[in-house]
Every structure is written in C-alpha cells, then in structure tokens.
Ligand binder design. Structure first.
Ligand code: F6P
Length: 533
C-alpha cells in the first residue's frame, strides 16, 4: 500500500502541469478513459490521469483491499468497527437473496417491512387511509440529515413521476422552517411522518411537537395522522404513534444510507410503490456492477480513484458537483452529507492519525445557474477545482427539447472550456480585432486568458428515471466506500457531530438565564450575554 502511494506521488510530481489536452493526441483516449454500465457512461478522459497513473491507482485500490472489504460489507461483516455494526444498506435493495447477520436471515424482516410500507402507501394513495378531513393531500416529513436529505432530494428529482400527495420536508430546528411549510396546509388532510433513526434528534423531536400542536388546533386526534420511521419502537410508542404506522429498520443502516428503506416512505408516497421499486432496482443494478466488474471498468471504483487522485495526490481540496439537471438541484446537498459525514475523519480505523488529507469539501449547484454565479472562479481563480458534471441525454419535456439541447451544449461547453482554456495569444488576437492596441491591448487581453487544463468528469445517463436515480445514488455510495477503504478510515460513523450537540444542550440554560457562563471562553460568553440582553 505504501509503495503504491509513493509511486503515485512520484508519478503525480512528474506529470503535474502537463496539458491534459496533449493526452488526446494519440487518439482513442476518450473511449479508453470512460466506462459504461446499463446505459450510463462515466467519462474521465478530461483528467490528468494517464495509463500509468490509472494502473497505479488501480494497484492502490487492490493493495488497500477494496475487493475484500467490499465483499465483507455485502456479507454483513461488522466493518463499522467503532460502533460494532454491519453496514447493510445494500440489503434494502437486494431483499430477495438471503443474508445472514448473527446467524439470522435479515431479509425476512426487510421484506416484511417493505410489504407493510407498500400496503400503507397503497392505503394512503387510494384514500383507504384518510385524514380527519378526507383524502391525504399533503405529506410532511420531519427529519434531518439522513432522515431528510435523501427523500427530499429524490422527491424533487422524480417530479415527473409524482402521482401521490404533495410532499414537504421540515428539517431545521429554526421554527421558520416548520412555520413556512405548514402555512397553507390543511391539518385535516395532512399526513406527518416523523423520520428519525434514533428518535432522539433534538431538531426532529422539537419539530414533531410543533407540528403535532399545529394539527391539534384543527383535528381531534392528531396521532391518527402521524406515522413514524425509526429503529426505536419504544420511543415511537412513547411519542404516541400507533405500532401499525411505525416502520422500523436496523442499526446496520446508516442514516445517510437509509433512503432505500422506510426513510424513503415520503418518496414512495410521491411516486408510488411500483416506481419506488424501480428506484431500488437501479440501486441493486449498481451493486451488481460494483461487485462483479473488473476495477478498470467499475464505475464506483473509477470515480473513487479520480477523487483520490485529485484530492490526495494533486492536493485539490474541494470538488464541485454540477448536475445539468434542474431536478437534481438537491444532489450536491445530499452528497455533502454522504461524502463529508462519511469520509471527513482525521484518524484511521486503528485510531492513528491519518497521514494524508481526509475526504474533500463537496459542493455545487445545478447548471446552468452556477455558470452565472461561481464558474468565474472555477475558470479563472487561482485554485483548481475538479468538476463533476452530470447530464441526461433526454429531458422529460419533449415540447421543450430545444431547451434540453441548450442545457447539454452548455454542459459539454463548460468541460471543454475548462480543459482547453484560452491562451494569451488567442485573447490578444480577439481584442486586437476589436481595435485595441499597445499597452491597453495587453492589459485587456490578460484579463481574458483562461488557464484551462482544469480537470472534470462527466456522468451521462439516458433520462432521470427512478431506476437511473437509484443507479446514481448507489454509484456515489460505493464511491464513498472505496475512497474510505483507500484512506483506511471508517466511513460509517460520525463522531464529529457529537461535540456541537453536547455544547448546544449545555448552552440552552445559559441562554434561558438559568445558568451562568463560567467556564466559557470570552467570545462565547459575550455572545450569550448579547442574546440574553
Ligand atoms: O447528527 C448527525 C446525524 O446523526 C446523521 O448522521 C443523521 O442522518 C442525522 O443526525 C439524523 O439522525 P436521526 O435519523 O437519528 O434523527
């Protein structure tokens, strides 16, 4: 492993600054540096990875034990060592094959819960389950982090497939969020889903109380319009939600990996159980590919290796996720949790300090909007930001096909511009044609230079359907896994969120004036005093 790491470092130093465009000179690069699966293509030709770099990266993945650890994960081995848990979100989309965990076939319970979810969704959609004012028109999902971002992102992504009630999402403890979502909703035809793995998360439990009080003002029995998704049956019962509307899952499904199961209930209600199953099938298809394709053709492995190359070897600290697909506008936020909560760790699995950087900062916005906002920095800023474009061959609006064409041409143009750039000579020629001369020509031309040679990948797919969304999400999940294995850290815990939670709890009585600021630093004490005054 160390040898592969050193060889890659040497290789990176040797090729640093080389024009990526030159790599295309030989021909065949585009086909060679791309891979396809089930109608989806990952093009990573616009990176500074050459045949030797790729061979070294593949070797790194092999030496890190990616294949063995992948097989261990799918087999239910407790690879989340700091919490002593298996990591089996993949079982939620592969329920037909028996899977033993601690001697028990866990798929039996998964199928049972899935059948209950489908039956409940059918009841809501048909009106057999109704609110106290009639058929359910709106669903409010209360959850945060993994209990919010996945379904919220997917409900937006799959808008053309909606035939159920409108779905809304309340996550922030800021009362403004609940207030804005509830305004205009009819409590008597609203179903509330309290989604929390632990059922202790302060934001979710506070919002659940708020929404229950809102409902109680209009409806005799608010609990009759509540459902819950959680691993804790006792806590959902204590909150007053009847067991028939509680959908459980196991602790081996991490929050940010949980949208495939009951946490996806709001999505199932929005698009219907059949299409939800298509989403699961897309995820399962990516699982099968991840488990069987040679690494050199394996999309999650390749995407991970590109990520490792850019972050750990080239030193690019962030990556931009740029979906040219308006309906994927929440994908960057979803991936922020998936990637940064998973691989934002400073120690290796054994507790030793990580000898290199952890996962990158992930951010982004949909194209073309981003082009009119932050692309300036991506093209001409002093830092290199690898970009990950996503784009569909077809949109869902046949009568607006000309707009889709514009969208795609913009997407392709951006990666081309990043690659190609514009030299000083080219910029000078353009400005000279406009009549500039001398010092002013030089000055103006310099502002119009694009350094180019900025790396990007493009993930192209046919159309954003439930199946394709399932493929995309599973692709990114496995990418995170592979990067985590190579970095030697635990992608499945999240201890880094705890300290802030503890301190917030301790600050509550200070802000209420029930406790003093002893022991607080001067800044925190001053801010607390300011809020109290
Ligand atoms: O605080 C982080 C976190 O634990 C996430 O990992 C999780 O997705 C989120 O909070 C919500 O947790 P829960 O589903 O238990 O409410």
């Amino acid at each position: 492993m160390n040898q592969s790491w050193d060889a890659l470092k040497d290789h990176q130093a040797a090729v640093e600054g080389r024009p990526i465009l030159d790599l295309f000179a030989e021909g065949g690069r585009a086909a060679d540096f791309s891979a396809t699966v089930d109608g989806m293509m990952l093009d990573y030709a616009k990176t500074n990875i050459d045949a030797r770099g790729r061979a070294l990266l593949l070797d790194l993945a092999e030496k890190a034990g990616v294949a063995e650890k992948r097989d261990a994960m799918f087999a239910g081995v407790k690879i989340n060592e700091t919490e002593g848990r298996a990591v089996l979100h993949t079982a939620l989309r592969n329920m037909d094959k028996p899977l033993l965990v601690d001697g028990q076939d866990v798929t039996v319970a998964l199928r049972e819960t899935h059948a209950r979810l489908r039956a409940f969704a059918d009841d809501v959609l048909s009106g057999r389950f109704a609110g106290q004012g009639g058929k359910i028109t709106d669903v409010v999902n209360i959850g945060i982090g993994g209990s919010d971002l996945g379904p919220a992102m997917a409900v937006l992504a799959l808008a053309p497939f909606h035939d159920g009630p409108r779905c809304h999402f309340v996550s922030n403890v800021d009362g403004a969020h609940a207030a804005d979502i509830l305004r205009g909703l009819n409590p008597a035809t609203t179903l509330v889903i309290v989604a929390s793995k632990t059922f202790t998360t302060i934001e979710t439990m506070t919002n659940a109380e708020t929404v229950r009080a809102w409902m109680a003002r209009e409806v005799a029995e608010p609990a009759a319009q509540f459902a819950a998704v959680s691993t804790s049956a006792e806590k959902t019962a204590a909150f007053g939600i009847p067991a028939e509307r509680v959908f459980g899952f196991e602790d081996w499904v991490g929050g940010r990996y949980s949208m495939w199961g009951p946490i996806g209930l709001s999505l199932m209600l929005a698009i219907g159980p059949e299409r939800f199953d298509d989403f699961l099938r897309g995820g399962a298809a990516m699982d099968a590919h991840f488990c069987s394709a040679p690494f050199a053709e394996n999309l999650p492995v390749l995407l991970a290796l590109v990520g490792i190359w850019h972050n750990q070897f080239c030193g690019y600290a962030t990556r931009a996720v740029l979906p040219y697909d308006q309906r994927l506008s929440r994908l960057p936020a979803y991936l922020q949790q998936l990637e940064m909560e998973s691989n934002g760790k400073r120690v290796a699995m054994d507790g030793s300090d990580l000898p290199y950087h952890s996962g990158p900062v992930v951010w982004g916005e949909p194209g073309t909007n981003g082009q009119h906002a932050f692309y300036q920095l991506i093209h001409q800023g002093t830092r290199v930001i690898p970009c990950e474009f996503l784009v569909a061959k077809r949109g869902h609006e046949p009568d607006l096909a000309h707009q889709h064409l514009l969208l795609v041409s913009n997407c392709l143009a951006q990666s081309e511009a990043l690659l190609r750039g514009r030299s000083l000579a080219q910029a000078t020629e353009i400005m000279a044609k406009k009549g500039l001369t001398g010092v002013e020509l030089d000055r103006q031309a310099r502002h119009r230079v694009f350094p180019g040679n900025r790396p990007s990948t493009t993930l192209a797919y046919d159309q954003l359907t439930p199946f394709v969304l399932g493929q995309i999400i599973a692709l990114y999940e496995h990418r995170v896994f592979v990067e985590g294995v190579i970095l030697g850290l635990n992608s499945y815990d999240q201890w880094g969120v705890e300290l802030g939670k503890e301190l917030a709890l301790a600050l509550q009585p200070v802000l209420e004036g029930k406790a003093g600021t002893e022991g607080k630093d001067g800044s925190t004490a001053q801010l607390a005093a300011w809020f109290r005054s």
